[in-house]
Design a protein around this ligand. Structure first.
Ligand SMILES: [Zn+2]
Ligand SMILES: [Zn+2]
Length: 240
């Protein structure tokens, strides 16, 4: 686990044949009010929990798990992680919360072929992605969690309930799979994706002042050039 800034910790995804999302832990140590952002791929729960323990995280102080979205590479090890933090609530955008509560896994897998592959690869039960969601986010919330302020930004397109978390004072953005380093953006061909929503979401993010970009995959960027997200949005606009 790597410290990005006070109250922001990074656990690198451990990609396999399928990528594993990065996991972030948010909250000032000592607040007793920590949040885990995006557990990651099936089978990676132990690795993520061990990284937290090695980093000195008190698992009793984990109060919630927030999903940037519910794709398999982000939610796969949620049930593994929940065993270690049974007290933690689950917070998800309302567009993806209802399917999770219904056990509808179309968004989780994104496409039938991928579902069959995952089930064969990981021996997953057919009802593995049914979860109770404790807080259904809408976007626009100003969360006061872990002695920090995080704004929930609704940025659909890569998935119907994608959210970003933005800390204005530190200029930190956790955009899930919407925008990455190297002018890359999230795919928009999976179930529930929408390219014009993604375009709008990119331009929405472009209005934020961001110095530190903490995406779901690939490089973390500690000194994002000014206008980076805006330039990324413009580069992709014609394809979306
Ligand atoms: Zn995704
Ligand atoms: Zn992902």
């Amino acid at each position: 686990m790597k410290k990005i800034s006070e109250g922001i910790y990074f656990i690198k995804g451990q990609d396999e044949m399928i990528p594993d999302s990065h996991t972030y832990v948010l909250g000032i140590p000592g607040s007793g009010d920590l949040s885990i952002i995006d557990p990651g791929l099936t089978g990676k729960g132990k690795y993520k929990i061990n990284a937290m323990l090695d980093g000195g995280i008190d698992l009793n102080s984990v109060k919630r798990i927030i999903l940037t979205h519910s794709h398999f590479d982000h939610i796969g090890c949620l049930s593994e992680i929940k065993k270690f933090v049974p007290q933690a609530e689950l917070w998800v955008h309302e567009n993806e919360a209802q399917p999770l509560e219904d056990g509808d896994d179309k968004i989780v897998y994104g496409m039938e072929m991928f579902k069959n592959m995952c089930i064969a690869q990981y021996n997953i039960a057919s009802d593995a992605f049914r979860f109770q969601v404790d807080k259904k986010l809408k976007g626009g919330e100003n969360l006061n969690i872990g002695d920090m302020k995080w704004e929930v930004v609704f940025i659909p397109g890569h998935s119907p309930g994608s959210i970003g978390l933005y800390n204005k004072s530190k200029k930190v953005l956790i955009p899930g799979d919407v925008v990455y380093s190297d002018y890359a953006i999230g795919r928009f061909d999976l179930y529930g994706a929408n390219s014009s929503d993604l375009k709008e979401s990119l331009f929405r993010l472009a209005t934020l002042e961001v110095d530190i970009l903490l995406p779901g995959h690939n490089q973390v960027v500690m000194d994002l050039p000014p206008g980076y997200i805006s330039n990324t949005a413009k580069q992709w606009a014609n394809y979306l």
